[in-house]
Write a protein that binds this ligand. Structure first.
Ligand SMILES: *[C@@H]1O[C@H](CO)[C@@H](O)[C@H](O)[C@H]1NC(C)=O
Ligand SMILES: *[C@@H]1O[C@H](CO)[C@@H](O)[C@H](O)[C@H]1NC(C)=O
Ligand SMILES: *[C@@H]1O[C@H](CO)[C@@H](O)[C@H](O)[C@H]1NC(C)=O
Ligand SMILES: *[C@@H]1O[C@H](CO)[C@@H](O)[C@H](O)[C@H]1NC(C)=O
Ligand SMILES: *[C@@H]1O[C@H](CO)[C@@H](O)[C@H](O)[C@H]1NC(C)=O
Length: 482
């Protein structure tokens, strides 16, 4: 039976006391017996800090690795007056974002260029992918500080460039290549220009006089960046200069990029930051995504020296499933356990699941989702239900509770690797007063769509991408920068 603690505990008082004494207390989250306790007061729903303070994040160099402080974009977007609206908007955007990703995969597989017409079901609202791409770091390009979004589902890095035909508002000054002696234009005859198709889904187009390599990245939702490829000195922080870093100098950019100067692609293809720095970092990077509701920092670590991680459980590795056509990271999800019960579904181990830093909610094939939901609801009974919200259909009203005890959810991957979902990654607060709190996992529309492991379930984990060894590792870690 699931134990819950009502506001005025009666019979459960003794048990609760005992539990409190035995439990390991970590950030307001207690952990015991394959179940975890989520405190309703854990989330602070802060108003948001001054945007100026978070646009210059720190970097540190340690044991051959470069450690970049990583923050949630919301902590930089000024005051959040209405958290409820914000939380709900994130979900709406996440749904658009998923459809745009699915359509991007389809067009890459079918060899078509992605133009906006392919994505007709998605309304022309800007910046959807970018609104769900929540994590930012600060780097130096051509000697200037830039705060950029990080994305494992993108390959080409880009920043807005002067002169702009069209630029959205950003916090840092817009990069001006003509004042940077280290900037070079990439010509369309160069091999990097040929790589654009796999990196962006669109072929490079030759400009005239000089024959620049013009790129287009459409995020499938009306937001885009267009410009020419260039190379520049990229400094990831102290002692880590990347010479001739290939990036997009964006002259025509539209979308709600949250004041960031651009984006850094951590994908698999040859133009990504990871491929371009593989001589320096061995093709290994990792991140720890902080929880969104506070101003916590996480980290993006370039390089694979595990001595810099602060993981509290051993790292378990799984094989990355090669997919030569799609520049994304795929894993083989072989099972899910709820508490100590293994969920049964025929689709486990069938197709690769994408792991993504820019999709919020994990999407599972319908058969797996249904089995997971049934088992979860079975073990997590006795709580008042609440209406579904958007893609989330398993919702509860916790407004009468100070804390709830929830069954552990573990995702298992080929090679006995596991992702033990942090207690903050199980429920999505649709309403901050906890009157509508939903299981933060959703179903895909069709069994044959590509499943995605979203960033909500990756919080407070060290997630290690070893692109050379073609392995991905998970370990629990409370994310901080220090
Ligand atoms: C924001 O900045 C202003 C002035 O720069 C300062 O007075 C105010 O206290 C700051 N607010 C927060 C929440 O740090
Ligand atoms: C990894 O870190 C350890 C210190 O913990 C250091 O001795 C070792 O040289 C580092 N390895 C590399 C490749 O830098
Ligand atoms: C680089 O690191 C060294 C020592 O770690 C420090 O003394 C120096 O100030 C740093 N430089 C910059 C630009 O951060
Ligand atoms: C996933 O792993 C299982 C168990 O090792 C294996 O049977 C299955 O073929 C794998 N699936 C894929 C898509 O590689
Ligand atoms: C949630 O539960 C509380 C008390 O437990 C109740 O007062 C409130 O009306 C419920 N809210 C909704 C939206 O059902």
């Amino acid at each position: 039976m699931v134990q819950a603690k009502p506001p005025f505990p009666s019979k459960l008082l003794l048990l609760s006391l005992l539990v409190s004494i035995l439990a390991i207390f970590d950030n307001g989250v207690q952990c015991f017996q394959g179940k975890k306790v989520l405190s309703m007061h854990k989330f602070q729903w802060k108003q948001g800090s001054n945007s100026s303070t978070c646009l210059s994040q720190e970097t540190r160099w340690e044991n051959g690795a470069t450690i970049l402080e990583m923050k949630h974009k919301d902590s930089c977007s000024g005051k959040i007056l209405d958290w409820n609206k914000k939380l709900q908007k994130h979900l709406i955007m996440d749904d658009f974002q998923l459809r745009s990703l699915q359509s991007r995969m389809k067009s890459i597989l079918s060899g078509r260029n992605i133009d906006d017409s392919v994505d007709t079901p998605i309304p022309l609202t800007s910046g959807i992918r970018l609104q769900t791409l929540n994590y930012i770091v600060t780097v130096e390009l051509g000697g200037r500080k830039m705060t950029v979004i990080v994305d494992t589902g993108s390959d080409l890095s880009w920043v807005q460039c002067q002169p702009c035909k069209r630029c959205y508002n950003q916090q840092d000054p817009v990069f001006n290549p003509s004042t940077s002696p280290s900037y070079r234009t990439v010509l369309c005859s160069s091999p990097s220009c040929q790589s654009l198709q796999s990196a962006t889904g669109n072929l490079g187009v030759c400009g005239s006089n000089p024959p620049t390599c013009n790129y287009v990245v459409n995020y499938g939702d009306g937001s885009y960046t267009r410009g020419e490829l260039g190379t520049e000195l990229l400094d990831l922080g102290n002692r880590t200069a990347v010479n001739n870093f290939i990036f997009g100098c964006g002259r025509n950019n539209q979308g709600l990029f949250g004041g960031a100067s651009g984006l850094v692609g951590l994908g698999r293809s040859s133009l990504s930051l990871i491929s371009q720095t593989s001589a320096m970092f061995g093709g290994v990077f990792s991140y720890c995504l902080p929880i969104t509701e506070t101003e916590a920092s996480g980290s993006l670590v370039m390089g694979g020296n595990s001595s810099v991680y602060k993981n509290t459980t051993p790292i378990s590795y799984t094989r990355m499933i090669p997919n030569p056509q799609l520049p994304f990271y795929f894993l083989n999800l072989t099972g899910i356990t709820v508490g100590s019960v293994a969920v049964q579904a025929p689709s486990f181990g069938k197709d690769g699941m994408m792991i993504d830093s820019g999709t919020v909610i994990t999407r599972l094939p319908p058969s797996i989702y249904q089995a997971l939901k049934d088992e979860f609801v079975k073990q997590f009974s006795g709580f008042p239900s609440a209406p579904a919200f958007m893609i989330l259909d398993t919702c509860f009203n916790f407004s009468g509770y100070q804390e709830v005890e929830i069954p552990n959810i573990k995702m298992h991957f080929e090679g006995n690797a596991e992702l033990n979902v942090d207690v903050t990654g199980v429920f999505y607060f649709v309403k901050t007063d906890a009157s509508q709190v939903c299981l933060a996992i959703a179903s895909l529309s069709y069994e044959n769509e590509v499943g995605i492991i979203g960033n909500y379930q990756q919080k407070n984990q060290r997630v290690i991408y070893d692109t050379k060894g073609s392995m991905l590792g998970f370990a629990a870690e409370a994310c901080t920068f220090d």
